[in-house]
Design a protein around this ligand. Sequence first.
Ligand SMILES: [Zn+2]
Length: 541
Amino acid sequence: MRKYKKIVGIVGIFATLLSSSVIADESNSESLELANSTSGFAKIKVMANSMGGFKSILALEGVEFNVSGSRFEPEQSYKPAGEFIDVGDYNYKFSTILNTQQSRTEWLRDVRFPFIQQFSYTEVINGNFGAVFGFDTVFAAPQAPMLSTRLGAQVKQNIVSSPLALIHRAKQYSDQVQYLGTVKFNDRLQQVVSIPGWNQDIRIYIDVASKLPSKVETLEDDTVYGDAQWEIVFSHWDEVNGIKVPLELHHKLNGREINIETRSSVNLNASIDASLFLIPAELVSDFNADQFAWGVRSSQWFNRFLPFAIPFDLDQRSAATLQMVELAPKVFHAKAITHHSMIIEMDDYLIVTEAPLYEERSQVVISEIKKRWPNKPIKYLVVTHFHNDHIGGVRAYAALGATIIVGSETKDHYEAVFKAPHTVFPDALQNNPVDVKIKTVEAGHDLVLSDGIRNVRVFDVTNRHAIGTLVPFVEDENLLFVSDLYSPGFFADAIPPLFLGWSVDLLAALETSPLDIQWLVGGHGGISSYDTFVAKVQSSL
Ligand SMILES: [Zn+2]
C-alpha cells in the first residue's frame, strides 16, 4: 500500500508539472505509467551497458571535449512570449576528472546582448573551491575567487548535462535510485529513472528501444517561472573510445529553448595534468553552503545570465548590500550592487518603484521600509518592465497586499507570474496566497498616484527595449525613475549601440513631455541631471 501511494504521488507531480506551467511548457511528454519494478539502479546499468559498458564507464577518469553553442533568453524579449533574445555564441574546452568535482572550462564567449564584445576566460573548479581567470563580465577583475553560488550552478550543469557523470552519480547513490515508470517522449516509450540531485531529483528518460538516455530533467527555482523544469535532450550519439556519447544537447527551461550545444573532439581517456585544476591560495575563498544551495537550486537562473557578461552571481540578498540614498525630501534611492529601487513617501502610504532580482532582495528593502516607516503601508509597487531581472522580487510586494502597477500590454504576463507555483523554494506569496491587485497604464498614457499633496505620474514610454515600459515621475521634486533605457553614470565613454537606441527612444519621449524633468534616477547606476542625459545621448550618436 505504501508503495502504491508513493507511485501515485509521483504521477501526481508529473500531472502538476504538465498542467500548471502557466508561463510556457511545450513539453511533449505524456503522463507517466505506473512503475512495475522498483529497481531503478538495474535500469541505469542496462542503459550504461548499451552505452558501451557499465564497468568501463565507471572506470573512466579524465574526460575532455570541446563545445560550441548558442544562448537564447526568453525573458528579455521585446514583449512577453515574444522572439527570444539571441544572447550570443560560445566555445569552450572542458576537462574534468569524473566523480571528483574537478573541472576546467576555457571559455571564448561572443556576446551579442546587451554588450557586443568577446570574453575569454577560464573557470577552474576544485572540490569546494573555484576561481575565474580572465574577464568574464564587463565588471570583472582579471582573476577572482568563484562565489559558491556559481560553483553550485556550474557543478550541477557539469553533472546533469553528462550521461557519464550521471552514471557515476547513480552508482554513488545506488540505494536511492528509483524506477518511476514509463512515459512517451517524442512518440517513443521511455523508462524514467530518478537519481538524487541536490534538493530535487534528476530524472533520466531511457529510450526503451535503444536503451540510451533521451533526456534528463530536474525541477529548479526560477524567479519568474517559479517551479521550472530544466530539460536536456541528448542527440547525435557517437562512439568514442568504445563508449557512446551524445554530441548535441538542447537545453530547455519550462519548455523554452535556452541553450544548444554541440560537442566535438571528445576524449574519454584523457590524461589531465593535476596542475590544470590548481587554485592559487590567494584565490581560495570560504565555501558558503547557503550560496552553494542557492546555486544548485537555481542553476539555470545563474547560467542564463552569465552569457550576458553581467555578474548576476553577486549575492545581493543581505542588508549589507542595501544603500539608502536620500535623493530629495521623502524620496530614497534603495540601491543594491546592480539593480535599484526608489521609495516615495506619501502622506499615509509608500510607493516603491521596481522589485528587481529575486524575492530575497525585495525582503531586504521591505524590512528597511518597515523599520523606517512602521506605520505606512506599501500601497503601490510600480514595475518598470517585465524583463526577468526587473521583476524577480514582485511577488514579495504582492504578498504584502500592494497594488502592482504595470504596462497594460504585459498584464497577462504578471498574472501568470503571480499564479506560478513556487514549491521548490516557497516564497512569501506561495506561503501567503492573496488575490493580487494589478493596475495597468495604457500604452502612451499615464496614471497619477496622489495623496492630495504629492503627485507621482507613471508614464508608459514607447521604446524598442520592452513593451509596456513605465517611468514614474515625482512631480514636486522633478525626479524621473528609469530602468535600462538610460543608466546614469554607467558608461564613461559613449553609450554602446544597443543601449544608445533605448536612450534615444527615452529622449524622444521626454522631449515632447510638458513636465519639468530635472533628474533621472537609475534602476541601474546613479542619478543624472536631465541636461547631462541629453548631452550624453547626443555625444554618443
Ligand atoms: Zn530590460
